[in-house]
Design a protein around this ligand. Sequence first.
Ligand code: GDP
Ligand code: MN
Length: 387
Amino acid sequence: MKIHEYQAKEIFTGYGIPVERHTLCHSAEEALQAYRRMNVDRVAIKAQVLTGGRGKAGGVKLVNNEKDVYQKSQEILHMNIKGLPVKKVLVSEVVDIAAEYYISFTIDRNMRAVTLMMSASGGMDIEEIARQTPEKILRYSIDPFIGIPDYLARRFAFRLFDKADLADRMAKIIQELYQVFIEKDASLAEVNPLVLTTKGTLIAIDAKMTFDDNALFRHPDIRSLFEPTEEEKLEALAKERGFSYVRMNGDIGCMVNGAGLAMATMDMIKLYGGSPANFLDIGGSSNPMKVIEAMKMLLDDKKVKAVLINIFGGITRGDDIAEGLLQAFDQIESNIPVIVRLTGTNGDIGRELLQTNNRFLVTETMKEATISAIKSAKETSAKEANV
Ligand code: GDP
Ligand code: MN
């Protein structure tokens, strides 16, 4: 689970890691108020989204007057960064940077240990540095039984700083960040950049934390910070209703029973040159209410240009499924073509039932169904393009 920079900074503060003054804002008006209250010359307006690389995407702007604070906040609040809408910005006091460092703790599975990474080349392009000049990134495995006592912290810190007072402060930050990482069951605690200001202080002006989902049960405080994306909300909703639902980027909505059949259906669509928009696994049920809910979810996705229903009757009988579909489609208004492949227990009876309603294109084999679905999706798109 990821959290926002402002949330990570709040956690950092609780552990003594210095961060710059900042205020979280939900609108340009709030940002302007915050700027006035902070009573400083320059502030950074920073998009709060659960992804990195905001700076490069234009989601971090330094401004020095009321008009720009308002305008840039407005702009950033209308941005989408890597598909995520920006709903909040951080207005933070700009610090004068003398140098930018990188520091993080992660888990190195090969070493079976927590790894400390540090670099004197912090800033926006740490991934690039890792690729091109990996020697600029220092790595240390931390022995879990020893942790980071003072002498080790200082030894690490002296790799980046040669002045004793700075190294001392760095050593403290290393220990504090390690403590956050361990106590919160994090999988990442990263500061990029940790800056040395022109006044000679060290401040974390960015903060990133990711947590181990399997440990969230013992961190209700962290779990309460969970902010699902639109995708995750839909998937959670589906789960509540007893489906498993996964969205993709294509144009064919797939309703199937069973995870294995779902995979096979995806493969088949790809094999014949199509592209799935999602799959929705309704499990072993033929309950019309469930089918209605499932179809509504599928059709809510405007990318869906054809629906492929692929059902193998086992314990669930084909005729039950057919009844369920017929009842469901009595209540669903949609012109999207629906292709049904139904086989297995009472599959023949089911297909006969479905053929009484010309809402469905009924097939027996997966190949036939898949090819029809791909063709129908293309036709729907072409029709929509002509309107
Ligand atoms: P990221 O791109 O998502 O990692 O966002 P950051 O918070 O790391 O900001 C990106 C860059 O903006 C930093 O590396 C800095 O160069 C710059 N920046 C952010 N805050 C400040 C600040 O207070 N002062 C100055 N001078 N630059 C800043
Ligand atoms: Mn950063």
